[in-house]
Design a protein around this ligand. Structure first.
Ligand code: GRF
Length: 181
């Protein structure tokens, strides 16, 4: 049985969808006050939280993360709104076993504001991408992606909600495929 960990920095709605469908070994948040930690409690999922600023440097922070992953013998790390770039320590230990969800159709609109950037560019369609994590920002090999239309009467809120709905469908699909491999 392959073991999953989820990393999330904030709200955690993607974590919730994943945890409702799969057995999640633990969720990690790099913010001690993130709402995702409340979701984990309600779902009975083990959670850990510590912050980069509590360490001397990012390398030490990532050493602690790798220890946690190894202690739990994690096979697959699912980033879901984890707002940090994965650094060399974590990559060296886990590259090829870390995936990320991005709320746009990569390579279109990488970075922290994929939804807003697509909206401001007035595209007719955007999308959602699941990709392997490498040292770049949203540059890793694409695993699966779907298109999401922007409709004529959309507001940014309705557009965003449609993107999230697509995320909640796509992420579990991809995780299922990777776990079945
Ligand atoms: C999602 O849109 C995800 O694609 C992006 O950050 C957002 C996280 O939302 N990377 P949530 O924390 O899962 O609700």
């Amino acid at each position: 049985m392959k073991k999953i960990a989820v990393f999330a920095s904030g709200n955690g709605s993607n974590f919730q969808v994943i945890a409702e469908e799969f057995s999640v070994e633990f969720v990690f948040s790099d913010h001690r006050d993130a709402y995702v930690l409340e979701r984990a409690d309600k779902l009975g999922v083990l959670s850990y939280a510590f912050e980069l600023k509590e360490f001397e440097n990012k390398a030490d922070y990532e050493v602690a993360l790798v220890e946690l992953l190894e202690e739990h013998q994690i096979d697959l790390v699912c980033l879901a709104g984890y707002m940090k770039i994965v650094g060399p320590i974590l990559l060296a230990a886990y590259e090829g076993r870390i995936i990320n969800i991005h709320p746009a159709y990569l390579p279109e609109f990488p970075g922290a504001h994929g939804i807003e950037d697509a909206w401001n560019a007035r595209v007719g369609q955007s999308g959602v991408t699941i990709h392997w994590v490498d040292s770049g920002v949203d540059t890793g090999k694409v695993i699966k992606q779907v298109r999401v239309p922007r409709l004529a009467d959309d507001t940014i809120d309705s557009f965003e909600a449609r993107i999230h709905e697509a995320e909640y469908k796509l992420y579990p699909e991809v995780i299922r495929e990777l776990l079945d491999k």
